[in-house]
Design a protein around this ligand. Structure first.
Ligand code: GLN
Length: 488
């Protein structure tokens, strides 16, 4: 059963070939068997899952099945879930049990999903390998003996879906945290248009960049999950008025004489990527051309400055957002001599090194001496990048670029903070511009590990992005089923 995609499983559920309880048990068995090896869940919720599944089966027999009724999913542990521990992978929130439900998780409850548990991530979603988690890093299910990273920050979500420990999962993408981990685990990761999925109840990292989205095994699954996650939320001031709905299977956007201009970014030509990435990127482009796509080169002149701008803006917003963890109202509290000492001791004990590093950078760039030279310049670069994308989208319909330079690296790779930051080169610009981008498997590298490429589009072109991603998925045709991956 765990070989079924989300779309296939829903079909079988609707046909009565399988029940939600059976499907959920299959996943709970996998979690029991491989959960500790992969460390992809911080909290599992087997009793809740079985109760959800039973309720789902009852709805279906009453003829009242919802869009995703009976689908067993993992929720990134950044989304607040009522009555279920929500940690953001931080010691600060190790014992935090929210009294409210995030909008995205509520929408998924309303769509009939079954909650398997809360997926591991980088602490407060700050990182690229999920190694900053207080609960230890999740493992990539591919070539598991090599102990490779499942990516970050949504590494628990990608590890769970790739390993067959959830049929689909939620993620959040502030600078690449859905797309990078999806790419190196052979999954589909969609960062929607900023504002399409509500941030309400999703623990904040950098509010102007944070974007919830789906992580799945196929593009159709991503489209379906996104339809349930997206929608206007009156509780969230940056929530877009648009909803998102599309029919699955997605309709082809190429073939039968359809015209589509596909752009590649000139400035990325000079960026060093692996030979495999180069080969697969070219292969997928020639596939699209043979389907009738027209290739054009576009320029995003400041795109190589996106990293510098991102690593000013994101820490600045983080330092402000994380000021609320002071040991007073909730979260870890370590008693000190007086109130300030309690602040200091609680924050010193509650946050890990990377989170502290970001807050120091953030408060520095927001200080009066630095504001104009750092923060304002970064904001200008951000505006220029967004404008360049807008201009590029007058010359082409969608853009393609790699999701990463190479395949998954060993978890114990010894990288400096700046080397980690540099891994986000291909992903951060889309967050700065607020535009949708989907990482889709492009094929397997010579070492047998998956590589992903991104389809990028103008704001609210999410459906088109997914449609083109589906063509790439079909052309690449890799087998990313969990049984092949786990080799058992
Ligand atoms: N790797 C990036 C960072 O560390 C992106 C994180 C994210 O998208 N949440 O900030």
């Amino acid at each position: 059963m765990i070989n079924l995609t989300l779309c296939e499983a829903l079909q079988k559920l609707n046909n009565g070939e399988i029940s939600a309880v059976e499907l959920t048990r299959a996943y709970l068995d996998r979690i029991e068997k491989y959960g500790a090896d992969l460390n992809c869940y911080i909290t599992t919720t087997p009793e809740r899952a079985l109760a959800d599944a039973a309720a789902s089966d009852a709805r279906r027999s009453a003829g009242d099945a919802k869009l995703l009724d009976g689908a067993p999913i993992a929720m990134k542990d950044l989304f607040a879930t009522r009555g279920i521990r929500t940690t953001a992978a931080s010691r600060m929130l190790e014992k935090f049990i929210p009294e409210y439900e995030s909008t995205v998780s509520q929408k998924l409850i309303d769509a009939g999903t079954v909650l398997l548990g809360k997926a591991n991530l980088d602490e407060f979603a700050m990182g690229t390998f999920s190694k900053t988690s207080y609960f230890g890093a999740p493992i990539n299910p591919w070539q598991i003996e090599k102990q490779l990273t499942a990516g970050g920050s949504s590494g628990g979500s990608t590890s769970a879906v790739a390993g067959g420990l959830a049929i689909a999962a939620t993620g959040t993408d502030t600078g690449g945290s859905i797309r990078f981990p999806a790419a190196i685990t052979g999954m589909v990761g969609m960062k929607p248009t900023y504002g399409l999925c509500s941030r309400w109840g999703c623990i904040a990292f950098a509010s102007s960049l944070d974007t919830p989205g789906p992580i799945t095994r196929t593009v159709d699954d991503a489209a379906l999950l996104l339809s349930a996650m997206a929608g206007h939320d009156a509780k969230e001031s940056t929530s877009a008025p648009n909803g998102f709905s599309c029919t699955t299977p997605l309709q082809p956007i190429l073939g039968n004489g359809k015209k589509l201009r596909v752009g590649v970014i000139r400035e990325f030509n000079d960026v060093k990527i692996s030979d495999d990435m180069k080969t697969l990127f070219e292969k997928r482009i020639s596939d699209l051309k043979s389907l009738g796509a027209e290739l054009v080169e576009v320029s995003i002149p400041n795109i190589l400055d996106a990293l510098a701008a991102y690593y000013i803006i994101a820490p600045a917003e983080a330092s402000s957002n994380l000021a609320r963890y002071d040991g007073m109202r909730y979260g870890l509290r370590v008693e000190g001599r007086d109130i300030y000492d309690t602040f200091k001791k609680s924050r010193a004990a509650g946050f890990g090194d990377e989170v502290k590093r970001r807050m120091v950078i953030g408060t520095a760039v927001l200080s009066s001496e630095s504001y104009d030279v750092y923060f304002m310049q970064a904001a200008r670069v951000r505006r220029m990048i967004a404008d360049s994308f807008n201009k590029a989208f007058t010359e082409c319909d969608l853009i393609l670029c790699p999701s990463s330079a190479g395949t998954a690296m060993p978890l114990n790779s010894d990288l400096s903070p700046l080397e980690y930051y540099a891994l986000d080169l291909f992903t951060v610009a889309m967050n700065l511009a607020g535009i949708p981008a989907c990482s889709v498997p492009a094929g397997l590298a010579t070492n047998g590990l998956p590589l992903g490429i991104q389809v990028v589009g103008p704001r609210f072109s999410d459906e088109k992005v997914l449609q083109l991603a589906k063509h790439i998925e079909t052309a690449a045709a890799i087998d990313n089923r969990p049984t092949t991956i786990m080799g058992k």
